[in-house]
Write a protein of this length. Structure first.
Length: 330
């Protein structure tokens, strides 16, 4: 009897090990580099947390242009990796092609939706987080003029801008909001020089707070604002530390949790297809407050943004989603 029980325990241990061994996670970043201090790096941090907690390693790939994503996704799938997570709306069309070719492989797409049974799509209510930081920008501005520098000129980035503008107008109905996009291709996520030039132009027009939603290009916004003694707002990751005392806050988008949770669900054989949308209520977006910017946020500003969060959660405030009609109400 004792020997039988030992055999059962041994088999259970072996099956657990086998299950863990079957999990071969892979990650394909968006263009702009793994260590962009923003969107991609948030994904990396989530993968690293999973690795540290489970001991399960993962593979990743940094595409340098828009053509490499599909190759990387297909390559990982053909080599038995699962789940394969695609970080960027840019890989949606790639997953439409690749996922049906590998029906037993689980895929995850962040920032767009692919309606296939083996694809989990994770999107965010960026307009809600942008509303919060826009409110803070409007309350902080002394000139009544604020700016926005986006990366690639696409509806998703206009979604950030529109929420930001709505929040700024909630603080000051007469505020002027400047907006520019870095470019129209994937290179727009990794051009901090151009982003800095756009920021300087907005500052020259009177903007004293500029929000960057531009991947690695956003570092040029933060640097230029600091050089000109103005405020900036970071995005995706908490970027308050990048230019302490100059970054007013950051719109935090918890891409790290999306990656960590997806890997964990796959490990536990619970990863399912379908769409998940994460906003303020779900803890998917927020504003960042820490030791690097707490001196910049007055008690009145903090109270106002916390009330805005509560109002969004309760439904008292609904922030317009630009992507529903490709427009931003004025």
């Amino acid at each position: 009897m004792k020997k039988t029980l030992l055999s059962i325990f041994a088999l259970a241990a072996m099956s657990t090990t086998a299950l863990a061994a079957d999990i071969k996670p892979a990650l394909v970043y968006g263009t702009g580099g793994k260590f962009d201090k923003s969107f991609n790096e948030a994904a990396y941090n989530g993968a690293e947390k999973f690795k540290a907690e489970t001991g399960i390693d993962y593979r990743d790939f940094e595409p340098t242009d828009d053509t490499q994503g599909e190759q990387a996704i297909r390559n990982f799938a053909s080599r038995g990796y699962s789940p394969v997570i695609a970080i960027s709306f840019a890989w949606a069309s790639a997953l439409q092609k690749v996922a049906p070719e590998f029906p037993d492989t689980k895929f995850v797409l962040v920032d767009d939706v692919v309606d296939l049974p083996n694809v989990k799509s994770i999107v965010y209510k960026e307009q809600e987080g942008s509303y919060l930081v826009g409110l803070l920008a409007g309350l902080k501005s002394e000139t009544g003029k604020v700016g926005f520098v986006g990366g690639m000129d696409i509806p998703l980035i206009h979604k950030f801008e529109c929420g930001y503008e709505e929040g700024a107008r909630a603080a000051n109905a007469d505020i002027e909001v400047f907006q520019n996009m870095v470019g129209t291709t994937g290179a727009a996520w990794n051009d901090p020089v151009r982003a800095g030039e756009l920021t300087k132009n907005q500052i020259d027009q009177g903007a004293d707070v500029v929000y960057a939603a531009a991947g690695a290009s956003g570092l040029g916004v933060l640097q230029t604002a600091a050089d000109n003694k103005k405020f900036s707002i970071g995005v995706d990751s908490n970027q308050n530390y990048v230019q302490p005392g100059s970054v007013l806050t950051s719109m935090v988008k918890r891409v790290d949790l999306a990656i960590y949770n997806s890997f964990m669900e796959a490990k536990d054989d619970k990863l399912e297809g379908g769409m998940t949308s994460l906003g303020v209520k779900e803890g998917g977006v927020d504003f960042a407050l820490d030791e690097h910017n707490e001196a910049l946020i007055t008690p009145e500003m903090k109270a106002a943004v916390e009330k805005a969060k509560a109002d969004i959660i309760s439904g008292a405030v609904t922030v317009h989603d630009y992507m529903t009609d490709n427009s931003c109400p004025k």
